[in-house]
Write a protein that binds this ligand. Structure first.
Ligand SMILES: [Zn+2]
Length: 228
């Protein structure tokens, strides 16, 4: 399928693959089941699924091969790094059945060593073709970081590690930035970290077998805005 055709299809969800900086649309990752899913395919699954979810047309689609026992392997088409926030449920908001997404969650959808190990594992051993960093509106972790930067007060022992991981995303922002500005900046920063920290993932994105995208889920309108 040509990129033009792909662009037309994804345009319905409001953001084309090219517009959000997705590279690697020409090559493809081959999954353990032999099914070829390109980064653009995976993005389209997510975008179309979120549109169905936002419109109340939930179908719980599956892209995993039918009839496979769990012991035979796993066939997620994308990895999602999302916040632990209980209101952000990737399978729900992308309208896919279980076993379709490899999900890494922590407060603030931030990158640390364990997150990177999880994503590298997914990229090497499960055949995913897309990694998405998914922030969300009203994120408490980003709000806490914004508050700490404003007051100079740190929240407490282990929460400090969350604030410290998000702080570099917020410090370049101009004075007077909003929480939504900070949430988008954090999603962008963490996605850049994935690319910068992992030679394995950088090589796969350069080869076009994996794409990395980022976005923000709106709690009020149920829609994911994919960020350029
Ligand atoms: Zn959050």
């Amino acid at each position: 399928m040509s990129l033009n055709r792909r662009t037309f299809l994804t345009g319905a969800a409001g953001a084309t693959a090219a517009a959000i900086g997705l590279r690697g649309t020409a090559s493809a990752a081959e999954r353990p089941d032999g099914v070829v899913v390109t980064p653009a395919d995976a993005l389209e699954h997510l975008q179309r699924g979120n549109t169905r979810y936002a419109n109340g047309n939930v179908q719980r689609k599956t892209y995993a091969p039918p009839g496979q026992s769990p012991e035979a392997g796993q066939w997620p088409f994308a990895a999602i790094l999302s916040c632990s926030d209980s209101r952000v449920v990737p399978e729900d908001l992308f309208d896919v059945a279980g076993k379709n997404l490899f999900i890494v969650r922590n407060a603030g959808n931030l990158v640390d060593d364990v997150t990177m190990g999880s994503l590298e594992y997914a990229a090497v051993h499960t055949g995913i073709s897309l990694i998405m960093v998914l922030g969300h509106t009203n994120c408490g972790a980003v709000d806490a970081t914004q508050g700490s930067l404003a007051t100079g007060q740190m929240p407490g022992p282990f929460v400090n590690s969350i604030v410290e991981a998000i702080t570099p995303a917020l410090t370049p922002l101009p004075a007077g930035y909003t929480l939504n500005d900070a949430i988008a900046a954090n999603a962008r920063y963490q996605s850049e970290q994935i690319q910068n920290l992992s030679p394995t993932l950088a090589a796969k994105t350069a080869a076009g077998t994996i794409g990395i995208v980022k976005g923000v889920y709106g709690l009020s309108n149920r829609r994911v805005t994919f960020l350029p």
